[in-house]
Design a protein around this ligand. Structure first.
Ligand code: NAP
Ligand code: MG
Length: 400
């Protein structure tokens, strides 16, 4: 069989632990036999990040800006324990954080739906994609514990020295205060990334804040979204027959529970933090969740939403058998290959991405799956496969 040709390389970001093992297996079993795979390889494994003083992460993000599409393996975010385990020179920052900041990107998480792994919410028949604004609000706050009576004010000092003041509260006794901020630039980038992604995936997009209570702060989010939508996206949305829908956050939560899915839910930072964990656990499993970072200029980085599956890796190192789910990592590759195909007008590459996804889903629906899914499936007579066997089962369907 002739291998599928590629014209532009994908930016390949290798990673750590169990997902690094899966990465190699996926390439050898599911990609290299079928595609003349062109990648520009960056080793974001912790050892190599440490050797390069994390320059490799910066280089990989630059390459992503240059080529437009990247695929990333899960990576360790160092903590104190990793400092000793890997003998690190510094506690390097999270690669995802570095890449997100360099691309000014928004993360979209989408569950992979298969028969036999039913969401807790029965009416969710299509995926709900969650987009979280990743800057500011309570995550960049300033807080004070007020010991006793006194006046708390918000003060803004302009560059020319002019002050604007707003009374927060006249305290009669002890209390607490908090100051938050966001920027028009960051909110605008978030709005554009969300609206672009809606156009790209031809899905409706919902956005919600508490603008009735927060008449300046939250209302600014609402206004920026509406203004950018009206000026830059309205026509495209109407041509595609998709909708931008704004409502209050409590109304959005109530509607999401009753909805069928098949839309993007854009959330402010805190709402996204809370709701993404609710939505992903209700859909079944972190191992069945994909994630894509999209920049406002239309650069894409695909990955799995889960981490490096450390516990399985330590078993693997001891020579014990693992049954680690590779679905989200496979879908990171198919997402990136499809996008590359789309940008290059490479239909066979796009068709291959579809075939690989179908082979993966068919494998699970035929009752062949890893242990994490076997524990939650409604299918009967399930065959539990180890990490290699699952990938081989997909390969035989792909070859058929
Ligand atoms: P994790 O790797 O997501 O795994 C947590 C647990 O979830 C696992 O122990 C496993 O449960 C289950 N799980 C996750 N993915 C699975 C899969 N593909 N197949 C089967 N089970 C799966 O999170 P972690 O162990 O807390 O973090 C490990 C490392 O990953 C950390 O160093 C962290 O910094 C990093 N991390 C990276 C990213 C990223 O690069 N995007 C994201 C999150 C975390 P059982 O053990 O019960 O089987
Ligand atoms: Mg959270």
């Amino acid at each position: 069989m002739e291998k599928i040709k590629m014209t532009t390389p994908l930016v390949e970001m290798d990673g750590d632990e169990m997902t690094r093992i899966l990465w190699k297996m996926i390439k050898e079993e599911l990609l290299l036999p079928f595609i003349d795979l062109k990648t520009e390889y960056y080793d974001l494994g912790l050892e190599h990040r440490n050797e390069t003083n994390d320059q490799v992460t910066v280089d990989s993000a630059e390459a992503t800006k240059k080529y437009g599409v990247a695929v990333k393996c899960a990576t360790i975010t160092p903590n104190a324990a990793r400092m000793t385990e890997y003998n690190l020179k510094e506690m390097w920052k999270s690669p995802n954080g570095t890449i997100r900041a360099m691309l000014d990107g928004t993360v979209f998480r989408t569950p992979i739906i298969v028969k036999g792994i039913e969401p807790c919410v029965k009416n969710w028949v299509k995926p709900i994609t969650l987009a979280r604004h990743a800057y500011g609000d309570v995550y960049k706050n300033a807080e004070i514990k007020i010991p006793g009576a006194g006046k708390a004010e918000l003060v803004f000092t302009a560059e020319d020295g002019t002050e604007t003041r707003e009374l927060i509260h006249n305290f009669k006794g002890a209390g607490i205060i908090q100051g938050m901020h966001n920027t028009v630039d960051s909110i605008s980038s978030f709005a554009r990334a969300c609206l672009n992604y809606a156009v790209d995936t031809k899905q409706d997009i919902w956005f919600a804040t508490k603008d009735t209570i927060s008449k300046k702060y939250d209302h600014t989010f609402k206004d920026i979204f509406q203004e950018i939508y009206d000026k830059e996206y309205k026509e495209k949305f109407e041509a595609l027959g998709i909708e931008y829908f704004y409502t209050l956050i409590d109304d959005a939560v109530a509607r999401v529970m009753k909805a069928k899915g098949g839309f993007i839910w854009a959330c402010k930072n805190y709402d996204g933090d809370v709701m993404s964990d609710m939505v992903s656990s209700a859909f079944g499993s972190l191992a069945m969740m994909t994630s894509v970072l999209v920049s406002p200029t239309g650069v894409y980085e695909y990955e799995a939403a889960h981490g490096t599956v450390q516990r399985h890796y330590y078993k693997h190192l001891k020579g014990e058998e693992t049954s680690t789910n590779s679905v989200a990592t496979i879908f990171a590759w198919t997402g990136a290959l499809r996008k590359r195909g789309e940008l290059d007008g490479n239909d066979s590459l796009m068709a291959f991405a579809d075939r690989l996804e179908k082979a993966t889903i068919d494998t699970i629906e035929a009752g062949e799956m890893t242990k994490d899914l076997a524990l939650i499936t409604s299918l009967e007579n399930v065959k539990v496969l180890n990490s290699e066997q699952f990938i081989q089962a997909i390969r035989s369907r792909l070859e058929a």
